[in-house]
Design a binder for this molecule. Structure first.
Ligand code: PRP
Length: 179
């Protein structure tokens, strides 16, 4: 079924091929020992599930919920942890898994929170990066795709909670969210 409001930006095949590459690269970059994957709810769950299986090493998986107000509109977006981790990060190699970095407000805040938990190392992997939208600096170690400033849905990304389960990343027609 084709949705006339969607235009495919990154096909499922390209996403999966890029995740295999990221899996190889990340597996090479880390020494032995488990890698702690922290998935930021909810959009990143799809990416984390595929990335974890592309990593040729032991992983621990944990989840964190964040809510942000004023995100993308001002540089003073207010961020709150709504679901905390279950596993301690002390001495751990941590990889934060995000579906998209937009203003950078969420990750900029989150890194400060996580660094206080004394991990051995902490890096970020994001499937999508919209550098044009950045309001706060964020060092993203691994990026799947840099994309233009368009409203995208699918592969975890939503509009009003819909579209998350689509296999491709697609641009949503503006009249859908502007109406
Ligand atoms: C998205 C995304 C990041 C954040 C990035 O989450 O998953 O967490 O926005 O935006 P920023 O760089 O401007 O902070 P969202 O708030 O849409 O939540 P969801 O994943 O539960 O849909």
């Amino acid at each position: 079924m084709t949705d006339p409001n969607l235009r495919v930006l990154i096909s499922s095949d390209r996403i999966q091929a890029r995740i295999r590459e990221l899996g190889e690269q990340i597996s090479r970059d880390y020494p032995d020992g488990p890698l702690h994957l922290i998935c930021i709810l909810k959009g990143a769950t799809f990416f984390m599930s595929d990335l974890a299986r592309a990593l040729k090493r032991d992983v621990f998986v944990d989840f964190m919920g964040i809510s942000t107000y004023g995100k993308g509109k001002t540089s003073s977006g207010e961020v709150k942890v709504t679901k905390d981790l279950d596993i301690s990060l002390e001495g751990a190699d941590v990889l934060v898994v995000e579906d998209i970095v937009d203003s950078g407000v969420t990750l900029n805040y989150l890194l400060h929170v996580l660094e206080q938990r004394r991990p051995r190392s902490i890096r970020i992997v994001a499937l999508l990066d919209k550098p044009e939208r950045r309001l706060r600096p964020v060092d993203v170690s691994y990026v799947g795709f840099q994309i233009p400033d368009e409203f995208v849905v699918g592969y975890g990304l939503d509009y009003a909670n819909a579209y998350r389960n689509l296999r491709d990343v697609s641009v949503l027609a503006p009249h859908v969210y502007e109406s």
